[in-house]
Each structure stands twice: as C-alpha cells, then as structure tokens.
Design a protein around this ligand. Structure first.
Ligand code: PHE
Ligand code: ZN
Length: 862
C-alpha cells in the first residue's frame, strides 16, 4: 500500500520552511477517461514549462500508479524512472508535451481518495493529494492548469457525465457507450479537479448574477432522492446572492453543479463548478432531516459555494496555508448563517462547537498553530484549529478593522491575489493595507498554538473601578514558551442595582501580559461583562460572584454574554459539586427560571441558555477528569432543575406545540425548546414523562421532534425505549442517513449499559466500516460520550482501538480523524491513562499502519 507506514520506518516530515517554487509549470492538461468501475484508463497530456533556469527533471507525483506508457513530444520515452511512487522524466528543453497512460480500479478504492465508486456512481475526491491516485501530475496547489476533460462510459450505467467548467460536446458510440467533453477556462490546482459519472437526475434552477449573467444550477442525485433537494438548491441561490451583496463576489461560470454521494470522507468538496457532497449535507425533507440537518445543509452549501472565491479563484500556495481558504470560508459561512436567522443563537452554537472540538485539540498532544510548521500526512490537518480557530482569527481582524475597512481589505485581497496561489501572510497584509492597521503582533495567532487564558479582575474603589487583565498562553507541543497575543475583548459595565449600562461597549486590545483600565464616575456598583459576542477565542476567568453571573444572565444586553453568564454559573456550580460530591443548586434554578419565563426572549435562545454544559466541557475545567462524578453531578442538577421548575417546563413544553411542520426560525426555536423541556421533565422523574416522550415520538410529523423524543427515551429506563428504537429502525430501514441517527442516538446515550449496546451494534448487519458516515455515527459518537467511552474497565478504549485498526485498512483518513479522543490520556487518572496509552501503543505497533494513523497515534503518545 502506497502510504503504509510501520513504526520502524522514519516518517517523512514536510516542513513549511522548505517551500520552493515548482521546477515545472503545467499551464494546460487534457485528460481522457475510459471509465469502468473495474478498470478505468486515464490518458493524460500535459503541456509542461520549465520554471526558471535549472536542469531538474520533471517529477510527477503518483500514488499506487503504474505508467503503461510515457511519451515526450509524441515519441514513446524509455528514459523515465520511478522514484518510489513518483514518475521522473528527464527533459532537455524549456517546454514539452508529456503523455502518460495508467489504469485504475475505482470499485476497489476504499480510501475514497482519487476516483472511486459510491452506490453505483463514479466520483472523485482530490483534496489534498488524491489527484496523484488518478494520474501522474505535480500534485501541489501552486501548479495551476487549464483542464480539458473527455469521459467515455457505458451509457446505460453512466448516462450522466460531469466535470469542472462548461460542457463542450457529447456524443454516442458503438457498443452502448457515450462520451462527453468539458472545459474549465479557469486555471486551477489539481486538488480542485472533479469528474462524476452516474445514473443521476438534477433538480435544476437558475441564478441571475449581479452583472446579468444567467447561471444554470443543478443538484444531482439518484432519482428517489430528487424530492429531497429543494432545500439545498434554495440555499445555493441564497448563498450566491449573499456573496454578491456582502463581499461583491459574483459567480464566474455558466453552470454550477452539485452531486451528492453516500460515501465521502468529509462534508463536501468545492471542486470548480462541480461540488461533490456527502449526501447528508444535501438531502432533506421534514420526515428524515432534523432542523440541525437543514441548518447544516445550508451552511455547507454556502461554504462550498463561497470557496469559489476564497479557495478557487485565490487558492493556497502550499498546504501549510490551508487556513487561508478554510478559516476565511468558515467565517464567511458563519456570517451567512447568522444573516439567515438568529445571529445570537448562531454565535452560541459556533462557540459551543469551538469549545467542544478546538479547545481540547489546542490543549492536547495534537495542538498545532493555525498555520502549521510541519506535517507527516496533510489529511490530518483538516482540523478544528485550521477551520474553526482559523475562522475566529479572521473574525478578530474583522472586529479590529470594523465592517467598512474589513470590506475594503477583502476587496483588496480578492483584487490583488485573484488567479494566484497565496499565503496567510498575503491575507494579513491585505488586512493591514486595506484597513490601515498594524497587525505585526496579531500575526502570532497564526504561529502560536494553544488557547490563551485571560484573567479579568474588577475592583471597586468608591466611584471608580479598576479592571486588571492578564493573559497567559499555555505551552503546547514544540512551543514551550509563548509571546503575548493581541486579544480583542469587548467590555461593558452594568449597574448591579438598576441594571443600567454604566458605559458604552469598549473594544479593549489586550496586547501585553497585563493591562489596567480605569472606569470613573460610576454611580453604582458595576458588574463586568467581558468578551462579549465571544470577541476573542480565549478562556476568561473573572472574579464575578454567582450573584453577578445570575444578574448578567438576566440583564446583559449582549445575548451571547447572557448565555455565557448562565453557562459560567452552571459550570461553577457543577465543578464545585464534583469536588464536594454535592452542591447548592439554587442560584442556577433561579437563573434558569428567569430565562425560561422571560417573555422578551425568543425560544431558540431560551433553549440554548437553559442547557447544561456537556460532560466533556465540565471535564475540561478540571485538572483530572472524573467521568462518573461529573455525570452524577450533572444528573443531580438536571433532576433538581426538572423538579423545581416542573410547572415552567410544562408551560414551555405545551407552549411550543405546533399544529404542523414549518421550517422557519420561530418554528425551529419552538421545536428546540420543546425537546429541551421534555428532557427536563424526564430528568425530574415525572410519572408521565415516558408517555409524553412516546406520544411525541409517535405523533411527530418531522424528524426533529421524532429524534428528540427518541433521544429522551433512549437515555431513560422505560421499556418504551426499545419500542421506539424498533419502530424507528423499521420505519427507516434502507435509509442510510436516518439509520446513522439510529446508531448515533444509542452511542450517545447516557445510560449505564451504553458500552454493551455499542459493542452489540458494531455487530449489527447494518453496521459497516466502509461507509464513513456509518463509522462516525457509532465510533465517533461513542468516543465523545465521556461516561461510556471512559468506562473504568478500559473496554471502551479497546473497542475504539479495535475498530480504528480495522478501519485503517480500508480508509486511513477517516480512521485517523477518529483517533484524538484516545489521545487525551493526560487529562485522566493514572488507571485510565495507562489503559489509553496501551491502546495507542497497540495501534502504533500494528503492521502496515497508514501514515495517517501513525502520525496521530505516535504524536498522542508523547
Ligand atoms: N475542502 C473541503 C471543505 O472544507 C473539505 C475537504 C477536505 C473535503 C479534504 C474532502 C477532502 O470544504
Ligand atoms: Zn472548506
């Protein structure tokens, strides 16, 4: 296997500082595919040009390819050699025509990189280094080429043939075959190449761009899925309009196609003019998709569309610059989603996601900067740090510049770097010049890993108050000592008595290790509101009391800060309960009651604000995570909240019932609050709770309500839970995306027997490692279930390690992505830590381990 890596082999490390321009450019390439699942012939014709004066041969990357023939300027060449997987061709002149021919077997491609088969569809995935599994090529993002693509295939099996760019010609051949040719006029790196062949139908639409060009849109799926594509098509049109309005960016081709496939390693891929999607981010109808799915579909459709400018028109010079396109594009899709509904709730969800995935990454063995310095396998760097922390870094620059200057700066960036392969540094310089600011020190956000910690102490002296801020950036692997960062903190003071604002919101730029701010002429005792809107992705510790936090949770005028105050109050309470074995829940109960009964708040916000922090996030606050104690403390608080506010939960539940399904922000908020209330009613132990949940389950006209009720039952002790699970399974047999939910809900259950059940589910006939969504729905979900995964026996660790070792043989990328929870052993007691390490060691010692897994597991052992 091409990327097999045993522990004894020295891993090849790629370093950012070693970047050199390519020796050869390839301004044009023509590809001719004779498509067949078992044996596809790929004939490539490359126009190559020597870049500068050197005598280096042409080196074309391959991965598992065998050159059947190599021609130079039309003549069969004999002097080429293989260096490992690479094809090396000595060339004498400044420009040549190179032809190669290879044969590949898409149906045997289980890695889902390169050309592969998914449910009868042939499709490609090339980012980051999949193109070299299709043909020999300088497979690096700074080699930009114009592509001409011809595909020939059996017409009955593959009636639709798609590629990047515009369709040029097509025709029929003898023997039931047909062909199609597509040209992409925009030079692009090989990772944006795509073709698709299959028995597909399109939901078609069109979009008139701001300069008056009509673009033909198509969402391509298999016929039975066609009714589930309207939401994605609508989201695409909204995205196209949004990018024109907010960034002045217009689409540039006459067609834009999206194809949905069931087997996909990530969410979706922004191939030029031909996005390929994991079907879970396209297919939706009320019966099978939750509100969360609907929102995620719109966000991912927007994300991939926005890449057309932030990623495709301007691409990355090398993979160390990955956050240039990903951080910026996540920021853009987050802003888009915020504009579609409640911006406050969107911000809360994004911060919750950041804390659940990026903060732990930044605090663990796999911590790396937003612009990494080295990697073994680039696929391992499609991380929450590159994507989500990267987006926070862009957001901070947008905050520092303000909206007008930020727009001027992005205009400058798009104008200056259009058509090039750029760097993070290019982006920051555009921000500086377009915004008229100095970001010298701010650049540390790209080079230093670790989540900064800020302590904020407010002390009052008569009518004055002094705010003392201090920052510490913790050490991370390879970076023991850190320099202070630029932290944009939005700050405001409120009067503890009247609740009035005592000053305007201020943007404090904390640049030094410590900093003081004086507030004068304060008419009353101030309460501190800080990091409003989560203006900086940091951990803030304050000297605020439970009373201050309760006050802010009711009176702060920034909705995020209100949410945050409630979370902090809950966290402080829970951390104390874990330490003492028991806790005083009254302050939380009162604050939750206030929020729940506040008629001025919308339901979506209430539902977020009254949710307790997750087990894992509570664990993140502790020096040594105690999964069982955390679980007990959280359950006790849930029960007390359920009982003390029984009337309020009932009112919230009943006030949120709807007559029929509607997809609108208000209806979504009602559904969310309804199921959150149901959870508390169940936690209270109310006699009718299971019946209520089962009625919701049975009567639901949408998946949000149905899955919400099933989750409540699956966490509980009622026999109705088996009935619900069985009914759900029977109803959705054959619908892979919904069966994923069935597996996932059970893997996330808070019940004591979850580990046993998950082990049984791994042997279920519908479980398979070859579909990444299915693997993630069981293994991925289970390993973030803190209580079950960290079962003191260590069986949870063994189970996950066994599965990952098996998955690595099929699909190293997806396996390696699921490893990080096993690597967090330093956060646990010695007994658990030893068991986790033993599994990591077993993984590292596995023969023919992929380099993907080797990198993740060996780094996690350090
Ligand atoms: N570039 C894709 C995105 O973020 C993610 C991706 C990476 C997909 C690698 C497949 C493979 O939009
Ligand atoms: Zn992306």
């Amino acid at each position: 296997m091409a990327d097999a890596q045993t522990a004894t082999q020295a891993p090849v490390v790629t370093r950012r500082e070693d970047y050199r321009e390519p020796d050869w450019r390839v301004p044009e390439i023509a590809l001719d595919f004779d498509l067949d699942p078992a044996a596809t012939r790929v004939h490539a014709t490359l126009q190559v040009e020597r870049n500068g004066s050197h005598d280096a041969p042409l080196r074309l990357a391959g991965d598992g390819l065998l050159a059947l023939v190599v021609r130079v300027d039309g003549v069969v060449a004999e002097d080429w050699t293989m260096d490992g997987d690479d094809l090396v061709v000595p060339l004498s002149g400044a420009a040549h025509t190179i032809e190669t021919e290879v044969e590949i077997a898409p149906e045997r491609n289980t890695q889902l990189m390169g050309l592969y088969a998914s449910g009868g569809i042939l499709c490609t995935q090339c980012e980051a280094e999949g193109f070299r599994r299709i043909t020999f090529f300088p497979d690096r993002p700074d080699v930009l080429s114009k592509y001409k693509v011809k595909m020939t295939a059996d017409k009955a099996r593959f009636p639709v043939l798609l590629a990047n760019g515009d369709p040029i010609a097509q025709g029929d051949l003898d023997g039931g075959k047909h062909w199609a040719e597509w040209h992409d006029p925009f030079p692009k790196p090989s990772y944006l190449f795509a073709i698709v062949a299959g028995d597909l139908v399109a939901n078609r639409g069109s979009f008139m761009t701001m300069s008056g060009r009509e673009v033909q849109l198509g969402i391509w799926v298999r016929l039975p899925d066609l009714p589930k594509t309207d939401h994605a098509l609508h989201a695409l049109k909204l995205s196209m309009a949004w990018d024109e309005k907010v960034y002045g960016r217009e689409y540039d081709l006459d067609v834009f196609n999206i194809v949905a496939v069931d087997d996909f390693n990530f969410g979706a891929m922004e191939n030029k003019g031909l996005n390929v999607f994991n079907s879970r981010y396209i297919l939706a109808d009320p019966d099978t998709a939750t509100d969360y799915d609907y929102d995620a579909i719109a966000a991912v459709v927007a994300h991939e569309y926005f890449h057309n400018w932030s990623g495709n028109r301007i691409t990355c010079r090398d993979w160390f610059q990955l956050s240039l396109k990903e951080g910026f594009t996540v920021f853009r899709d987050q802003s888009f989603s915020a504009d579609q509904g409640s911006a406050a709730v969107k911000r809360i969800e994004d911060v919750r996601g950041l804390r659940a995935s990026q903060f732990p990454e930044d605090a663990g063995p796999l911590a790396h900067p937003v612009r990494p310095d080295e990697y073994i396998e680039i696929s391992n760097f499609y991380t929450a740090t590159i994507y989500n922390k990267g987006a926070e870094v862009i957001r901070m620059m947008a905050t520092i510049l303000g909206p007008e200057k930020f727009r001027a700066a992005t205009d400058l960036y798009f104008d200056r770097f259009d058509g090039t392969a750029a760097t993070c540094e290019d982006f920051v310089q555009s921000m500086e010049q377009g915004g008229g600011v100095d970001l010298t020190q701010f650049r540390r956000w790209y080079s230093q890993a670790g989540t900064p910690r800020v302590s904020a102490t407010l002390t009052q002296e008569g009518g004055r108050a002094r705010l003392t801020l201090r920052q510490v950036v913790p050490p991370t692997p390879g970076q023991p000592v850190k320099e202070p960062m630029v932290l944009p903190l939005k700050v405001k003071l409120f009067g503890a008595v009247t609740g009035r604002a005592l000053c305007d919101e201020q943007l404090v730029l904390l640049k030094d290790e410590s900093h003081e701010i004086l507030f004068e002429n304060l008419p009353e005792t101030p309460v501190l509101s800080i990091n409003r809107g989560f203006s900086a992705p940091v951990v803030v510790e304050t000297n605020r009391t439970a009373k201050d936090l309760a006050f802010l949770s009711a009176h702060d005028d920034d909705p995020f800060a209100r949410y945050e105050a409630m979370q902090q109050l809950m966290l402080d309470t829970l951390v104390t309960s874990v330490a003492n074995g028991t806790g005083d829940h009254q302050a939380v109960i009162d604050a939750v009651r206030n929020t729940l009964t506040d008629a001025n708040l919308d339901r979506a916000f209430i539902a977020e604000a009254v949710l307790l922090p997750s087990d894992s996030f509570i664990g993140d606050q502790m020096t040594v995570v105690e999964p069982e104690a955390i679980f007990r403390a959280r359950e006790a608080l849930r029960q007390d909240l359920g009982k003390a506010l029984a009337t309020e939960w009932r009112a919230a539940y009943e006030g949120s019932l709807a007559n029929r399904f509607e997809y609108s922000p208000a209806a979504k908020g009602a559904r969310r609050l309804k199921t959150v209330a149901l959870g508390y009613i169940a936690a209270s132990g109310a006699a009718d709770a299971d019946g209520l949940a089962f009625d919701q389950f049975r009567g639901a006209d949408n998946m949000t309500d149905r899955q919400g009720a099933m989750t409540t039952l699956v966490n509980g002790a009622s026999p109705l839970r088996e009935e619900a699970l069985e009914a759900f399974y029977t109803r959705y047999q054959g619908n892979g995306l919904v069966l994923d939910k069935w597996f996932q809900t059970q893997a996330l259950s808070s019940r004591e027997d979850t580990l046993d059940r998950v082990e049984r589910l791994a042997a279920h006939p519908d479980f398979t490692l070859s579909n990444p969504n299915r693997a993630r729905s069981l293994i991925g979900a289970f390993s973030v279930n803190q209580r079950a995964f960290h079962d003191v026996s260590g069986r949870g660790y063994r189970f996950v390690a066994d599965q990952l070792i098996a998955l690595d043989k099929l699909n190293p990328q997806t396996a390696a992505k699921l490893l990080p929870p096993l690597g967090r052993w330093k956060r646990f007691d010695e007994g658990r830590a030893a068991k986790m390490r033993a599994e990591l060691e077993r993984i590292v010692a596995t023969p023919e381990l992929s380099k993907d897994m080797f990198e993740q597991a060996s780094k996690s052992l350090d």
